[in-house]
Write a protein that binds this ligand. Sequence first.
Ligand SMILES: Cc1cc2nc3c(=O)[nH]c(=O)nc-3n(C[C@H](O)[C@H](O)[C@H](O)COP(=O)(O)OP(=O)(O)OC[C@H]3O[C@@H](n4cnc5c(N)ncnc54)[C@H](O)[C@@H]3O)c2cc1C
Length: 465
Amino acid sequence: MQNSSDVLIIGGGVAGLMAGIELVKNGKSVILLEKESVVGGQCKTEVLSNGDDEFRFDYGGHRFITNNEELLEFVEKMLAQDLIVSQRSSVILHQNKVYEYPLNLKNLLKVAPKKLLIGATFDTLKIILKLTRPDNSNFKTWISSRFGRTLYNNFFGPYTHKLWGIKPDKLSADWAGQRISLLDLKDVAKKLLFKSSKTARTYAKSYRYPKYGFGQLPLNMAKEFERLGGKIFTNSEVTDLTYTYNNIQSVHSDDNTFEAKEIISTMPLNEMSAKLGFESGLKFRSLRFLCIGLDIEDFSSHTWQYVSDFDLLPTRIQEPKRRSSFMSPKGKSSIMLEIPCNKDDHIWHMDERVLLEKALVDLKKLNFDIKENIIDVMSFTTEHAYTLMDVEYNDKRDATIEHLNSFENLSMAGRQGTYRYIFLDTAMETGLMAAKKLLGEKDITKSNIFNHRNEKTVIETKSVI
Ligand SMILES: Cc1cc2nc3c(=O)[nH]c(=O)nc-3n(C[C@H](O)[C@H](O)[C@H](O)COP(=O)(O)OP(=O)(O)OC[C@H]3O[C@@H](n4cnc5c(N)ncnc54)[C@H](O)[C@@H]3O)c2cc1C
């Protein structure tokens, strides 16, 4: 079967859907291809059903934070009364102690062992006296020069190594610069000594969340897209492309061929590039989610618990009920363990019961004994959880972008499509930008989309909420 439209969108995550809605609203005929059986991508919510009980799990707990009022209005329109405001509470679990997150000196003084405190104090002095200067060579130097070696060795180093599966000195400092929403030691010390409220960066505690999990957002966006005349083909993986040196002529899935004047792709940058004749060398880190329904009212009072010990499986434990009470049945709760892995490694393929046994041993080491409270278990994976930002990624990404930009009728958007560690608000904005560019907005270029919100600050400190 042959299908043609003004625009073809690859990927039914929030970025692709956002682009689609904008284009059909402006009179374009649009077909969207999604390889899975449902839309949503990384913003889906899975359901664990056990009799009448339903436990809901996102692909890693999500929250919506933005400083873009128009985007917030759009999301409010999509979710209406189902959009609630929740509060974040996070802690770090480390060697049998519980630390507040973001780290703060007051809490460190109360909880940390003496050795760690003495080390952190020396580090702080060095930073205040400018004996240690910010060093952005790689992730390890970025952290150690701002937070000191003691905190690096205890918290950031082991956690980061576990999360990415490579040593932190092989990771780019970009990730730290954009994502570590912590107060640096100098700020904390100043705040404590001079009682200044100006020095320390604050970060967003409140966030928006859909009552029944983040999957509600893409599902409602898909309905809106179809209501406006857009067509969605699910179970339609793009397997192949026909192209000349500067133009994509047709796009193929197993059963169909699609033709369009313009193409917006949100599929992973490296995969798109390989289909267009260029091996990028870019990689992704994957996650396996272990989801456990529990017959207890509450597991803890925290949204997220970061597990920094290197030898324990998860990087984070989250309790979906802390985001919305509708995520688990009344009187019950659930937890999700985020376990980093690579596609097709031993964790990815591990039998679910074996994984659960291992997880229970680790949870017990963290003082959570839930064996007798388990109602049911499920697990699922996401291959493209994180763009692997190693020290060479920028050069590889630049070369890939240059190759893809040579195809005149192709625009890339979204988190995987631009190979950026961005949140869903920014992914949606990139989809909107790609659509507006096709609608003739002169200020938007393909490069703008790749670099959108590339500021080296913590974006979540600036929320409109
Ligand atoms: C663990 C985790 C936690 C997160 N937490 C938050 C959070 O708290 N707040 C927040 O704002 N953001 C969070 N994010 C990020 C957020 O999920 C993403 O930014 C957003 O979902 C990306 O949307 P997207 O449309 O760009 O990509 P995706 O959601 O990945 O969509 C791409 C779509 O393309 C499809 N596709 C891929 N290849 C093909 C192909 N060949 N043919 C057809 N279709 C294809 C995929 O199936 C997918 O549906 C988190 C992400 C992860 C992994």
